[in-house]
Design a protein. Structure first.
Length: 51
């Protein structure tokens, strides 16, 4: 692997890590709504919540 390619990969890794984190933050509310809507009424009021 050339030095230029190695540098390019090291530049892209943090960008993709941030994008994955942001994607998870945007997807989590939809996942939460789906889980809550498919659960029972009693499971809605359980604390701490069960995912």
């Amino acid at each position: 692997m050339s030095a230029r390619l190695r540098v390019r990969i090291l530049e892209l890794v943090p960008r993709y890590a941030i994008l994955v984190l942001l994607a998870a933050l945007f997807v989590f509310p939809f996942y939460w709504m789906l889980v809550i809507s498919l659960g029972t009424l009693q499971s809605v009021f359980v604390f701490p919540p069960i995912l």
